[in-house]
Design a protein around this ligand. Structure first.
Ligand code: MN
Ligand code: MN
Length: 394
């Protein structure tokens, strides 16, 4: 675009955003949230699609000792309004202190090491669980929790939040709260002398550091009061949900993990050349993290807008709800991705299945080709296509 065109475009985008806000306010009053789907997202309203890639593991994040938290929110990746993510590593003896999130639920997948969590619920229940690589946890929005590294080796996990505006560095931490509350009020609250609160941290601790926790967790003050729904799911201890020549998928949504009402998680393995076919998700945004390998992600955004990004180990990708996309392993080794959706009920529509569901004369007319051509197309969902055989492109 010329500078003039760009200025006009930005002015139009600004007007569209203002109108969108007005319409949003009106529809919120009317209680019709589905109507928001018709409101242009200024981030997605341009003539070209914005980047949907962020090199998460190459970012600096917050570092304390050997522990770190690196995040991808709308600040680092503006397109990612629906989902934020964090890569967190804890050194032995380190704890992500007691905290809650005012505006997001937390879903996690453990990559390395062992983690212990305790999470409380509004009914007074509390669950303490230990996690190993391949395990998942889910904490509903606002439920207080902590994470600590178990054993003498560091642990590394990926956190997914169902709100792209959520920042892991804006959580409500217990040390921050107690440190800023007058001692007289604390004394009354707990029925203890003010001296009991001498020497407490005055600012947020974030990563607390202490002894390696006991192998068996010590009993809480109130005893064990386990909630009805567990927060733990052993995703990779189960067989894959679907297996193909070109790869496999593990998936967990609220049908198997009932507490996870707002997040679905997937582990997608692709063999070299394997392709998760062209598809879209009618009800959710998609957040991607590459655990191993190198993939090419394509995104289609209507109006002729098409963009690809190459994601390598430690990179994050994001596909907005309803946008067409595919994932192809372009490396020489198998790839593994962690994929999160901001829905508890997973849905996908795959291009091969969409076409297979239409009468062949419809396809013929649509593409101005003979119906016989479409007889050669897949008769069912492809989902994951294998590497092309030599010569098959002819
Ligand atoms: Mn948290
Ligand atoms: Mn997808």
């Amino acid at each position: 675009m010329s500078p003039l065109q760009r200025r006009e475009f930005l002015a139009a985008a600004g007007l569209a955003a203002t109108t969108a806000m007005m319409i949003n306010a009106k529809s919120a009053e009317a209680g019709d949230t589905s109507f928001q789907n018709n409101v242009p997202d200024s981030e997605l309203a341009g003539p070209e699609l914005p980047t949907f890639k962020f090199e998460l593991e190459k970012s600096e994040g917050k570092v304390i000792g050997q522990s770190f938290g690196k995040e991808a929110t709308v600040k680092q990746l503006p397109i990612s309004k629906g989902i934020a993510g964090v890569s967190m590593k804890l050194e032995p003896g380190a704890m992500r202190e007691l905290h809650w999130h005012a505006t997001a639920a937390e879903w996690a997948f453990v990559l390395e090491g062992r983690v212990r969590t305790t999470v409380i619920d509004p009914e007074g229940g509390a669950e303490t669980k230990d996690f190993s690589p391949g395990d998942v946890w889910y904490f509903p929005r606002g439920h207080g929790h902590m994470l600590e590294c178990l054993g003498d080796r560091p642990c590394h996990f990926i956190l997914i939040f169902d709100n792209g505006y959520f920042s892991e560095f804006g959580t409500f931490s217990i040390s921050d709260w107690i440190g800023h509350t007058p001692k007289a009020l604390l004394s009354k609250n707990f029925g203890l002398p003010e001296s009991a609160f001498e020497g407490f941290p005055k600012e947020e601790v974030y990563f607390a550091r202490g002894a390696v926790p006991p192998e068996t967790a010590s009993q809480p003050l109130q005893g064990w009061k386990t909630p009805a729904l567990t927060h733990k799911y052993e995703l990779l201890k189960r067989p894959p949900h679907r297996t193909f020549k070109g790869g496999r998928e593990w998936r967990v949504d609220s049908t198997h993990f009932p507490i996870s009402k707002t997040v679905t998680g997937v582990i997608l393995d692709l063999e070299p050349g394997g392709l998760r076919e062209l598809h879209w998700h009618p009800t959710a945004d998609e957040w991607q993290y590459v655990i191993e390998g190198e993939v090419s992600v394509s995104m289609f955004g209507s109006h002729g807008r098409y963009r690809t990004e190459t994601l390598s180990r430690g990179d994050v990708g994001y596909i907005p709800q309803g946008y067409g996309h595919s994932i192809e392993n372009i490396g020489r080794t198998p790839s593994r991705m962690l994929i999160g959706f901001n829905t508890g009920e997973y849905q996908t529509i795959d291009l091969s299945q969409w076409m297979a569901g239409n009468p062949t004369d419809v396809l013929a007319t649509n593409f101005s080709k003979s119906a016989s051509l479409f007889e050669k197309f897949p008769k069912r969902d492809v989902f994951i296509a294998p590497k092309s055989e030599p010569g098959s492109k002819g």
